[in-house]
Each structure stands twice: as structure tokens, then as C-alpha cells.
Design a protein around this ligand. Structure first.
Ligand code: 4GP
Length: 838
């Protein structure tokens, strides 16, 4: 809020050094920031000092755009999208901002004066790993597209002090290391302590009658925590729009308890501070299955309450009342993690702003929309009433009331169906009682969506069937997308150049334009240069692999890549079965003619997920044995690259020939890595799962390596009593492969190490690897043959890129805007004294 004392009227006119986009000005600004922000003389500056100085130089160039954007939104009283997400896996900012501002080359020249390369400074940035995997990365792509499409938006989340752990590999096992991404400071964020808000926890509620005789509730908390917003500007591509990502840090209201201190309790005096700060201390490292820890619920409520209070403050700044709240704000719940927001908005409207229930409910229901991201039943979030009621007593009461009113209505529709009532209830009363967060989200939202066509169908048929029956009109599909700015332009400059040379640069904002490349599939010269580019990128990755893990790989081999979280349903171990099959064949027939391959893996396992950690150990063990076997002669190489993250993803997607998307059908909601690979010219081997289906539809069945059971077949097999032993006993090669792993061959004779994994496959196999094994092996043989014909392979690769238009996050965001959020773009005009984008 502008303070009434602020009487500055003169605009800042000459800001040249902080806004100019030409090389000379940037060079001057860089030196200036090095001296006056980093406090370093050029001759004593470290690489990090230079990175920081450069980051500030670029941030300066964002600020006018950002402030102008915010001012325009306020003035025009626009409708705003708020994307509520417990995770934003944004990845490094510097390179992306340079690209979006259009000043990459100018900065390259300006930096060269320091004797360093821009790429070295870009590599210096610690990436903010504030997410686990797909869900968090999707949120980041969506922020990029929202700004690029000039949509008023705020991304609200948590400023974790420690993001996703760094992964090291010791003796083949994953070891987790604390991610200290903030240790040298974060130049991209701006703290706004003056916009802090308070959040209550614990305690009890009481009722009272207000001065007008109305019956009301009051929450007397046990403790109150302060949320401080940290803002990061998110600039769109070649537009002036810079939206805000606003992440909340938790702090103690009173950092020091003088009462306790004076009684001599020195440590007790800071207890409260420690507890409060713990809330935003660390990201829970579990992908998909949730961990029912109380601190996690505290995190969720903390950031959701902060964000809703923030929206209300902004709203009341421009509007006389909250009656129009739902007309000005559209709030998207990124999975159920923020779904307590439904009850919190009710609380704020009723307890704080004295709305009656029906009006508050109307506003709430018309404000929220909910995206589901997973079909795994174990990932459906629910909180024991005991924890929920103790931590959030007032919200518990409100949820009971929402449920009570909801079930009253349902009873009219299904008068004698108690089973239906208990299946729909927000409270699970089948055993220990729980709050079902997905039910709260469904009841409290105007729209519900899945993230790929198949996923949405399965939600309707299965996971959310009862809600679909009740409100079919709320359901729609929004297939995921990824931003081509980060996943092609920034990560693959060589391909970007080659494409732009042929079809111009419009595709960067209109990815459908890649279709124009189809005109060049028959151009031999183009295919040649395409292959040369791929080879060079693979050679770069080979150097990196050598530096990182000391393994030499040959860039002319087929790079077969699987990078994603390690999970049984994603079936990295099916990939291993293929590798061991090839190895076994070569051992039996050393002269066998196979297409030489380099298998590259990357991904983190949740620290408490034993089987996933054992899969990592298996990959590394197989890698070691094959690498040390001279008879293989480099025809097979296996590399597990530690610490897979956004930065490494940017290196590996462009270098892949083959993208492994091999989840059990019906398990992967969408996948987004599948899109990044294909956009960069890799071909996919995959099942009919998630967005693979739509990718195959777009690129054409003949340009996609399909294998495995369909979702219906998986269901049918399960229903008929799936018995993996049948496959084990009837498929000799499969049996040999499993026996080899079980025998201790890859574990220095220790036959117990991989037993749990092998036994799990033979006796249980919940993700049906054995059922899909033969089809996968056969399909891989087809891949090997196809790769031998390089001309043919290049054609397929070019067609894959040309047909990926649908998978830009710009398309996804347009659909959300039109069909769920009903928001319009708002043009941002910069003041004339600011140099426009290049
Ligand atoms: C992921 C899904 O597993 C993935 O298929 C999807 O592409 C991604 O969300 C974005 O929608 N889910 C999660 C999660 O990351 O934590 O549930």
C-alpha cells in the first residue's frame, strides 16, 4: 500500500544503467553492481561474485517491467489467476531471463570483458529446487506461460529454506545431502516484510454473540506464526508482463520470549522462534505417496492462509467489499495440498469479514478449481481427524459444517443409499477417521480437471467416479504442456538455431508452427545438419559424464535415456531387465550384432522408499559389471548420473535419441518429460499411458515405439488374478535374467541383496513388469534396427519435433484461461523512458 506520506511525484527518468539493454550499458552496470552490491574489485572477484553482479544487473532490468505490471493490474482492477502450489520447481533463472528479455548476445559480449564465458556464470546459479518432480515443474512451466500470454497471475507457495535434497551415490546407493540453495543469497527475490500476515494454530474455539446479536465463532490459538512474502518476478517471453511468484517464509511473531529469558531459561526463550521457523524449513521429499506428518499439514495451512489473506488485502485495496471476490480471483489448487483453502476462505469470510454461510459458500465455490495429478491410491491425501482437529480446530468445525450441508443435499438425490453417502463424505469414517482432502476440493470447487485425456477419463470412471456422477459439468481435461522457452530455446540453442533458420522464430510463442519443419524431412542436407547437431550435443554430454562420474561413453551409440523420479510404477527396473537381457545375449553369443547403446539414468528416490533405493543400487551394480566386462567391448554402457534436477534435465533432453516412457498403463497421470524429449528430437518407446497416448496421436503411430498392455488389459488381468510366475516359468530368457540378478552375479556374489526386488517381481509384481517384458524386449529390437538406418531415424526425429505443437504449456494455459479461469490478457505498456525489449 502506498503510504500517505509518500509524495514523490517525479518519475525516475534517467535510469539508463539499470534499464539499458545494449552491450555497453550492461558492461557498465555489471561493474557497478560488482563494486556496489557485491563489494568486490574486479581483480578480486570470484566467479560467484560475477554471477551475483550479473544476476542483479538482469534483475534491475526486470524491475520496471514488474512494477509497471503490478501497477497496471491495480489500476485496471483486473481478474487474476492465483496458482496455489506447495511446489514450484523453477530451476535457474538467469538464462531464461536473458532469453525472455532478448539480450542473450548483448550480455555474452558484456561478460566477455571479465575473461569468463557467460555459460560459466549461468552454471554458477544454484537452482531453486522447491519441488519433487512433475507437479512442481508443471507449476513453473505454467508461470512462464501465464506471463508470456500476458495473463494477470500470482504463483503462491512456500519458500523452503532447504529444497529437494542433493543426491550423491556412494557405493551404488543414494545418499541424501541437504540442499543449501540459499547459502550465498538469492538475488532474484525481494522480501516484503511489511506485507507479512499472521496464521493461527492449535488451541480451541468458542462462540460468542456480537454487538448486533449475531452468533459467531472465535478461534483462540495456541500459537501464531508470521508469514513473510518473498517475491520473484517472472517475466514472459518478449513481452512486458512480469508476474509475481510469492513464496512465504515462516517466522516467529515475537522472536524472543523475554519472560522465559528473565527467568533464566535461555534456550526456552527461543523455542517459539525455532518452532515457527521450522514450518518453511524443508520440502517433504516424497513424490506421489504422501507422508502424514503434522508438520506437512502445518505447511499447507500456513501458505494457504497467508495467500488468501494476501488476496483479500489486495482486493479490499481496490474494492469496497469482498462480495465480488470470486469475480476478481480465480484460485487453482495444484493437487490437494492447498485444498484446506476451501475451509480457510470460508473462515476468513465468516469469522473475520462476517459473511453469512450461504453467501460465503457461493463465493468460495466460485473461486476455486482443482487439478488432480495422480491415480495412485496411496497418494490421495487424507488427514487423521485427531491431527487435523488439534492443529486447526476452527477449520475442522467448518469442514464438518460443509460436509453436513453437502450430505444433506446428497441424501435427497440418493435417499436410501448409505454406501453412497459414506463414499462421498468428506470425512472417512470406515475405520480411524480422516479428512479426505480430494473430497473437500471437489465439493468446494467450480471445476475439476485431470492432466491428460486418459487420466481424466480414469478420474471420471474410477478415483472420482462418485463426484463425476454428481457434478459431471465440473469435470474437464487439461493435458499438460511444457514451456518451449526453457525446454528448447534455453536448453538446446543449436536446435533452436537450426529450426529458426528454416521457419523463422515464431514457433517459440506458437509451437504449432513447428509443423513447418515437415517441409524439410526430405531435405538430405537438413537431415545431415540435424544429425551433426545431435552428435555434437551428445559429445558434450559424454564429456560431462566423464567429468562427473568418470565413465567414457561414445556419442555415436544410441543414447537411451530414462530420467524421472525413481518409482516402481515408472518401471526403471523394466529398463534394467532389458539391459540384462542384452548383456546375457552377448555373453552367450559374443558376436551377436546389436546396436551399441548407452543407457543413461537419472532420478531421486524418496528417502524412505526402500524399493526405489534398491533399484538405484541395481542400476549401478549392473553398470559396474558391464563396464568391467571386456567381452562387451563398449557395446553396452550404463550410466547413473547423480542428482537429477532441472539444470541436468536441460543438458540431457537435447542429447537423447530414445526416451523411455514405460510406466504401467493407467498409472502415470500425464508425464511431462515425455514431451521435453520428443520436442528435442528423441523418439519415444512407451506404453499407452498418460500423455504418451496423445503424443503418439500427434506424431503418428509409425513414429512412436509402442509396447505393453493397455489400461483395460491391466485391469482385466488384475481382475482375473494376475500371476507373474506364469511368465517367469514360461519365458526362458526372462527367467535367466531374473535368476542372474537374484544369484548375486551383479552384487559380488551376495545373493540376498536383490532378492527383495526379484521376489517382488516373481511373486507379486504389482506393476506388471513380467507381463510387459516380452513386448518391451521385442519393441526394443525394433528400436535397435531403426537406429541402424540413420537417414530413416533422422526423418522420424524431425517429424517428432515438427508435431509437438500441442505440448506447449501455452496451449494448456490458454485452455485453463478460457474454460476454467475466464481471464483475459492485459497489455503492459512501459513508460517511454524504459528501453523496450530487443
Ligand atoms: C505428477 C504425475 O505423476 C505426472 O504424471 C504428471 O505429469 C505431473 O504430476 C504433472 O501433472 N504427479 C506428481 C505428484 O508429481 O506429486 O503427484
Amino acid at each position: 500500500d502506498p503510504s500517505p506520506e509518500s509524495t514523490f511525484v517525479c518519475p525516475i527518468i534517467i535510469e539508463d544503467d539499470r534499464t539499458g539493454l545494449d552491450t555497453e550499458t550492461i558492461r557498465r552496470a555489471l561493474r557497478d553492481n560488482l563494486l556496489y552490491i557485491q563489494g568486490k574489485l574486479p581483480e578480486l572477484a570470484s566467479k560467484n561474485d560475477l554471477y551475483m553482479a550479473l544476476a542483479y544487473t538482469i534483475r534491475d532490468r526486470l524491475l520496471q517491467r514488474w512494477l509497471t505490471t503490478q501497477q497496471t493490474y491495480l489500476k485496471k482492477d483486473v481478474r487474476t489467476v492465483c496458482y496455489l502450489s506447495a511446489e514450484f520447481l523453477v530451476g535457474p533463472h538467469l538464462a531464461n531471463n536473458l532469453i525472455n528479455l532478448g539480450i542473450y548476445e548483448q550480455v555474452q559480449k558484456a561478460v566477455s570483458e571479465s575473461g569468463l564465458k557467460l555459460e560459466e556464470l549461468i552454471a554458477q546459479e544454484e537452482e531453486p529446487g522447491l519441488g519433487n518432480g512433475g507437479l512442481g515443474r508443471l507449476a513453473a512451466c505454467y508461470l512462464d506461460s501465464l506471463s508470456t500470454l500476458e495473463i494477470p497471475a500470482i504463483g503462491y507457495g512456500i519458500r523452503y529454506e532447504f529444497g529437494i535434497f542433493d543426491q550423491e551415490i556412494h557405493d551404488g546407493w543414494q545418499v541424501e545431502i541437504t540442499d543449501k540453495w540459499l547459502q550465498y543469497g538469492n538475488p532474484w527475490e525481494i522480501a516484503r516484510p511489511e506485507a507479512g500476515v499472521e496464521v493461527k494454530f492449535g488451541g480451541y474455539t468458542e462462540s460468542y454473540t456480537d454487538e448486533n446479536g449475531n452468533y459467531r465463532s472465535r478461534w483462540i490459538p495456541d500459537y501464531v506464526v508470521k508469514g513473510i512474502p518473498y517475491d520473484t518476478p517472472i517475466l514472459g517471453y518478449r513481452v512486458n508482463t512480469a508476474n509475481t511468484m510469492r513464496l512465504w517464509k515462516s517466522e516467529a511473531c515475537e522472536s524472543f520470549d523475554f519472560g522465559r529469558f528473565n527467568r533464566g531459561d535461555y534456550y526456552g526463550a527461543v523455542d517459539n522462534k525455532v518452532h515457527s521457523e521450522n514450518i518453511s524449513k524443508v520440502l517433504y521429499p516424497n513424490d506421489e505417496p504422501i507422508q502424514g506428518k503434522e508438520l506437512r499439514l502445518e505447511q499447507q495451512y500456513f501458505f494457504v492462509s497467508c495467500s488468501l489473506q494476501d488476496m483479500i488485502r489486495i482486493h479490499l485495496h481496490e474494492n469496497p467489499s469482498l462480495n465480488s471476490f470470486h469475480q476478481k480471483w480465480s484460485v487453482q489448487l495444484n493437487d490437494t495440498h492447498p485444498s484446506v483453502g476451501v475451509a480457510e476462505l470460508m473462515r476468513l469470510l465468516i469469522d473475520v469479514h462476517h459473511f453469512d454461510w450461504d453467501k460465503a459458500w457461493f463465493i468460495t465455490q466460485n473461486t476455486f478449481a482443482y487439478t488432480n495429478h495422480t491415480l495412485l491410491p496411496e497418494a490421495l491425501e487424507k488427514w487423521p481427524l485427531s491431527i487435523f482437529g488439534r492443529l486447526l480446530p476452527r477449520l475442522m468445525e467448518i469442514i464438518y459444517e460443509i460436509n453436513h450441508r453437502f450430505l444433506d443435499k446428497i441424501r435427497i438425490i440418493y435417499p436410501h443409499d448409505d454406501g453412497k453417502i459414506s463414499r462421498l463424505s468428506i470425512i472417512d469414517e470406515s475405520g480411524e477417521k480422516y479428512v479426505r482432502m480430494a473430497h473437500l476440493a471437489c465439493v468446494g470447487s467450480q471445476a475439476i480437471n485431470g492432466v491428460a485425456a486418459l487420466h481424466t477419463e480414469l478420474l471420471k470412471k474410477d478415483v472420482l467416479r462418485n463426484f463425476y456422477e454428481l457434478f459431471p459439468e465440473k469435470f474437464s481435461n487439461k493435458t499438460n504442456g511444457v514451456t518451449p522457452r526453457r525446454w528448447i530455446v534455453s536448453s538446446n540453442p543449436r536446435l533452436t538455431f537450426a529450426i529458426t533458420e528454416k521457419i523463422g522464430e515464431n514457433w517459440i510463442k506458437h509451437l504449432e508452427d513447428l509443423r513447418g519443419l515437415e517441409n524439410y524431412v526430405d531435405d538430405g542436407e537438413f537431415r545431415d545438419s540435424w544429425r551433426r547437431i545431435k552428435y555434437d550435443i551428445k559429445a558434450d554430454l559424454a564429456n560431462y559424464i566423464d567429468k562427473k562420474v568418470g565413465i567414457k561413453v561414445d556419442p555415436s551409440t544410441l543414447f537411451d535415456v530414462q530420467v524421472k523420479r525413481i518409482h516402481e510404477y515408472k518401471r526403471q527396473h523394466l529398463n534394467v531387465l532389458h539391459i540384462v537381457t542384452l548383456y546375457h545375449r552377448l555373453k552367450n553369443n559374443p558376436n551377436l550384432d546389436i546396436t551399441p547403446r548407452t543407457f543413461i539414468f537419472g532420478g531421486k528416490a524418496a528417502p524412505g522408499y526402500f524399493m526405489a533405493k534398491l533399484i538405484i543400487k541395481l542400476i549401478n551394480s549392473v553398470a559396474e559389471v558391464i563396464d568391467n566386462d571386456p567381452t562387451i567391448g563398449g557395446r553396452l554402457k550404463v550410466v547413473f548420473l547423480p542428482d537429477y534436477n532441472v539444470t541436468f534435465g536441460q543438458r540431457v533432453y537435447p542429447a537423447a535419441d530414445l526416451s523411455e516412457q514405460i510406466s504401467t498403463a493407467g498409472k502415470e497421470a500425464s508425464g511431462t518429460g515425455n514431451m521435453k524429449f520428443s520436442m528435442n528430437g528423441a523418439l519415444t518407446i512407451g506404453t499407452l499411458d498418460g500423455a504418451n497416448i496423445e503424443i503418439r496421436e500427434e506424431v503418428g503411430a509409425e513414429n512412436f515405439f509402442l509396447f505393453g498392455l493397455t489400461t483395460e488389459e491391466v485391469y482385466a488381468k488384475k481382475a482375473a488374478g494376475y500371476n507373474p510366475q506364469e511368465y517367469y516359468y514360461h519365458n526362458e530368457e526372462l527367467r535367466a535374467v531374473l535368476d542372474l540378478i537374484g544369484s548375486g552375479f551383479f552384487s559380488r556374489g551376495d545373493s540376498s541383496l536383490f532378492r527383495p526386488l526379484v521376489d517382488n517381481l516373481i511373486y507379486d509384481d504389482p506393476y506388471m513388469l513380467l507381463a510387459d517384458y516380452q513386448s518391451y524386449i521385442d519393441c526394443q529390437e525394433g528400436v535397435g534396427r531403426a537406429y541402424k538406418d540413420q537417414e530413416h531415424w533422422s526423418r522420424l526425429a524431425i517429424l517428432n519435433v515438427a508435431r509437438m505443437g500441442k505440448f506447449s504449456s501455452d496451449r494448456s494455459i490458454r485452455q485453463y484461461c478460457e474454460e476454467i479461469w475466464r481471464v483475459q490478457p492485459v497489455k503492459i505498456e512501459l513508460p517511454d523512458y524504459i528501453q523496450a525489449n530487443a
